[in-house]
Design a protein around this ligand. Structure first.
Ligand code: GLC
Length: 423
């Protein structure tokens, strides 16, 4: 079985647990039309202030969130401590642009971390390198003021070195104030210049010094790959909104990787966005990812009231119901050395080989290379035995192929799984 390149951070638990929850929450929840709303609609910091002045998620209940996430089968969580808008969900000493200065008036993150750890989940923080609110953050291609007539003049008063000091001070503060397993930085865009305003990368963030500081404070923390540092600095590589079809390789070597995805078309709460994925898509995204040796980080965008809306809860229930019966085919599993039959995926954990059947076949399923290698087979959803043979099957299979005899009717689960116990 393929093994990923060793990492500086502790990814042992990570590659076993496989399935995590992403939470995107901030002042973009009240406008409720994507977490990039301030950039897309070029809303000035002054005009965006109305969301700050009204932010009061009185229904926030992190214990309910944590319970729902655990029931959905998620083993770790990553929440946006600060997104590109610059608003901080904790009582940072380095800014007043924080939740404790809003009508809500309380830190959101300590209750969050406590609740999720109490449910047994590992915890990580997403931290945006980008900051559209900070007065020293130079205006650039993504900034809400990028088309302001005075953008160039404004930038002459901005010093990215001072912004980097703020960035480092906040990361130090987060790593000191909170017990974290993951630091999920986002994102670098060197070379993406706009009207003479440069993009931003390692020199702007002082990424090398930031990385050294993080390692000093938390030697085993998992750090992702968006600091614009050489690939060997990254513990985890992070494709998003795409479905890799093989084990992610960097510089020719298999790496620890995590695909982050959304239930709908938005990370932040988006009232009117309707591309919510079907139950089949949700389960297949998880299976496809683990079958290629990766992790899935699935995102919820809480509302301005502090709730998870019905659509998110229904999507999480799809995972809850499927994982309740099929968790063994995900946790501790990775890419199999065997060839999956058409319309199937394989995940494997030692001598336990799991066949995830996307299109239920009529009576027989044939697996190459597994003849005489299986001692028992069962449907994972109800533990019912599945008979099999390595003999030829009239008009269907040659001798030397493993043929499973399946019930005509598909089991009543989103994706049925046959477990093969290898000899
Ligand atoms: C992209 C989006 C950002 C989101 C991130 C999650 O960078 O711009 O809004 O937080 O993906 O990976």
């Amino acid at each position: 079985m393929l093994k990923p390149k060793p990492t500086q951070g502790d990814t042992e638990w990570f590659v076993n647990d496989r399935f995590g929850l992403f939470v995107h929450w901030g002042l973009y929840a009240p406008p409720a039309r994507h977490e990039w709303v301030q950039s897309r609609e070029e809303i000035s910091p002054e005009d965006y202030r109305k969301y700050f002045d009204r932010f009061d998620p009185t229904l926030y209940d992190p214990k309910a969130w944590a319970r729902t996430a655990r029931e959905a089968g998620m083993k770790y969580v990553v929440i946006t401590s600060k997104h590109h808008e610059g608003f901080c969900l904790w009582d940072s000493k380095h800014t007043d642009y924080k939740v404790t200065s809003t009508p809500y008036g309380k830190d959101l993150l300590h209750p969050f971390v406590d609740a999720f750890r109490a449910e047994g989940l590992k915890v990580g923080f997403y931290y945006s390198l980008i900051d559209w609110h900070h007065p020293e953050f130079p205006i650039d291609i993504y900034h809400p003021l990028r088309n302001h007539p005075d953008a160039a003049a404004l930038n002459r008063q901005r010093d990215v070195k001072k912004y980097a000091e703020y960035l480092h001070a906040q990361v130090r503060e987060l790593l000191t104030e909170f017990e974290l397993d993951i630091l999920w930085c986002d994102f670098s865009y060197p070379g993406r210049d706009y009207k003479g305003m440069p993009g931003k990368g390692r020199d702007d963030w002082q990424s090398e010094a930031l990385y050294r500081m993080v390692r000093e404070l938390k030697p085993n923390i998992i750090i992702n790959n968006r600091l614009d540092l050489p690939t060997e600095y990254a513990d985890v590589h992070t494709p998003e909104q795409v479905q890799p079809t093989g084990w992610v390789h960097i510089d020719g070597a298999p790496v620890v990787w995590e695909a982050c995805q959304t239930f709908s078309g938005s990370w932040g709460y988006h009232r009117d966005e309707t591309t919510w994925k079907s139950p089949g898509q949700l389960i297949r995204m998880l299976v496809n990812t683990v079958a290629c040796g990766g992790n899935l980080l699935m995102n919820v965008g809480p509302t301005a009231r502090g709730t998870w809306d019905r659509r998110a809860l229904d999507a999480l229930a799809v995972y809850r119901d499927w994982m309740a019966l099929h968790a063994d085919a995900i946790y501790g599993c990775t890419q199999s050395e065997y060839q999956a039959p058409p319309d199937c995926r394989l995940t494997q954990n030692g001598k336990r080989l799991f066949v995830h059947v996307y299109a239920w076949p009529f009576r027989f399923l044939h697996l190459e290379g597994l003849a005489d290698k299986v001692e028992y087979a069962q449907l994972l959803n109800d533990g019912s035995e599945v008979k099999f043979t390595s003999e030829a099957v009239h008009y269907a299979a040659e001798a030397g192929t493993l043929t499973l005899e399946l019930p005509v009717n598909k089991p009543d689960v989103v994706v049925p799984v046959v477990e093969l116990r290898l000899k």
